[in-house]
Design a protein. Structure first.
Lengths: 127, 371
């Protein structure tokens, strides 16, 4: 449920470094499960830049809304266009088809959690 | 602020929900299923097109019985209780002297002088105390049966075909908002053709200890026909599409019955009741605010409960309930707005996370089932 090749935030975003200075960003299985059926994902335009921890969008489910916070500083280079018509991809495949933005990284990733640390955090929250 | 699960109240179906992998939440102090693995949209659609099964055992039941029962219930509620025939139900309220809500409820007429009052889970203690407090001088008993009563709701167009094989009681003759006593799967029940979803369906009341057996029997009978368990998440979107009030949202102790659009439960020509004087005065002077239905125009503009309605940067009203509507396919909600703006076709603005967003006032209910 928490792939080992991803980095995680305490706010339940994940970041997947591509190795070329870019990374994909999305929300975790735990986050999509807590939100329930996702009906809309509000994302920025390509070219926008964000600081680490800054809000870059929102994800709306039937029952609630949640802010999306940037796991690491960077510039948006691509937005997942599939989500405009298929927001349910976030529920069905949060680490795959449900990715949200591709970021050109401007900072380091030292503040992020590894899968083991994130799993421990989630375990503590759900008990 | 969340309460530990161990301190929450549990219905007799708590273990059954967990076995079905429900997602449990704190609902007004009760540990309740907000959804099952199917999810809110699938559960909502099942109720609209086939059937869903809800645990509503958290609701409260107060029985009023004795020679003074009719007079007490008439004193406590604004609807015409004496017009109910035995076996009939109506929607009504407990009001304060100023016409605002203690709670909303259903009144079941069990006998000439026997009534079952079904109240909201979060208000059971307050309501029971309210009834007891006013019962002095009326020759009747007031019993809180909530702890010994279970309730499940089978809702959806297939409700009759799912339930009929489980009972010898003919279901077709039970009209909307009527009830009877019978056995379902060998369990003694009140079989009530009522609900909170806008669909056909039944609410079944039984002894608390029988609830799980009843739930399992109905679920087993309905599953081959498409019945699925349904949680409080879709119960909210279903009732919202039908503009059914929810205590703490459309109604509470700061809102009176007429501005809530519930004038139809207030029978001013039918004897005295608590709150009548205030509502007579309110009727003479039009309410300064009114409950309206709205839709936002952009897909991204999803209003939520309690957001402000604004005009020129100032708050002029508030959203009571709002959500993306699975049946209508757009984002809708209910809001209190100044009466002069409460016109279908008009535009209001809702502040969504700092942005003033346009919404159109549209007719309600948003959804009405085909007869």
């Amino acid at each position: 449920m928490f792939p080992a090749d991803l980095k995680y935030t305490k706010d339940h975003e994940w970041l997947k470094p591509a190795g070329d200075g870019t990374a994909l960003v999305g929300i975790t299985h735990y986050a999509q499960d807590a939100l329930g059926d996702v009906v809309f994902v509000d994302l920025p335009e390509a070219g926008a830049t964000f600081a680490e921890g800054e809000e870059f969008g929102t994800v709306e489910s039937v029952k609630t809304v949640s802010e999306l916070n940037m796991p690491a500083a960077g510039e948006i280079v691509e937005v997942n266009a599939v989500l405009a018509d298929h927001p349910e991809a976030v529920n069905e495949d949060p680490y795959g088809k449900g990715w949200m933005v591709k970021v050109k990284l401007a900072g380091d990733l030292s503040g992020l959690l590894d899968a083991k640390a994130y799993e421990a955090l989630v375990g503590a929250e759900s008990h | 602020m969340s309460t530990a699960a161990s301190e929450l109240m549990k219905t007799p179906l708590n273990a059954a929900h967990r076995a079905l992998n429900a997602k449990m939440v704190d609902f007004g102090g009760w540990d309740m299923p907000v959804q099952y693995p199917a999810g809110i949209i699938a559960e909502h659609e099942a109720v609209r097109t086939k059937a869903g099964l809800f645990d509503v055992s958290h609701m409260g039941e107060i029985r009023v019985k004795g020679p003074g029962a009719l007079a007490l219930v008439e004193h406590l509620t604004p609807n015409a209780v004496s017009k109910l025939v035995i076996g009939q139900v109506h929607y009504t309220a407990f009001l304060y002297e100023n016409g605002t809500f203690v709670d909303d409820l259903l009144v079941y007429r069990e006998g000439e002088q026997e009534f079952l009052l079904v109240v909201n889970a979060g208000n059971i203690d307050k309501d029971f105390a309210w009834v007891q407090q006013h019962a002095a001088g009326y020759d009747c008993t007031v019993v809180n049966e909530s702890p010994v009563t279970g309730q499940i709701a089978l809702q959806g167009p297939l409700a009759v075909s799912i339930l009929q094989p489980l009972t010898a009681t003919p279901l077709d003759p039970i009209g909307y908002y009527y009830f009877t006593h019978g056995e379902v799967a060998g369990i003694k029940c009140i079989i009530s053709r009522t609900g909170y979803t806008g669909e056909d369906g039944f609410e079944l009341y039984c002894a608390a200890g029988d609830t799980e057996k009843l739930w399992n029997a109905v679920l087993a009978a309905g599953t081959p026909k498409g019945l699925i368990p349904a949680g409080l998440g879709c119960r909210n979107t279903l009732r919202l599409e039908c503009k059914m009030a929810l205590y703490g949202h459309e109604i509470d102790d700061s809102i009176h019955a007429l501005e809530a659009g519930l004038g139809w439960i207030v029978k001013l020509d039918h004897g005295d009741f608590i709150g009548r004087e205030a509502l007579v005065a309110a009727k003479a002077a039009p309410a300064p605010r009114k409950l309206v239905g709205f839709k936002t125009l952009e897909k991204r503009d999803i209003a939520r409960d309690h957001m402000p309605v604004v005009q020129d940067g100032k708050q002029i009203g508030f959203v009571t309930s709002a959500a993306p509507s699975p049946t209508c396919g757009f984002n809708l909600g209910l809001a209190y707005v100044p009466t002069e703006l409460a016109k279908v076709g008009g535009t209001i603005q809702i502040e969504i996370r700092g942005r003033a967003v346009n919404a159109e006032i549209i007719p309600t209910p948003f959804y009405k089932r085909a007869k």
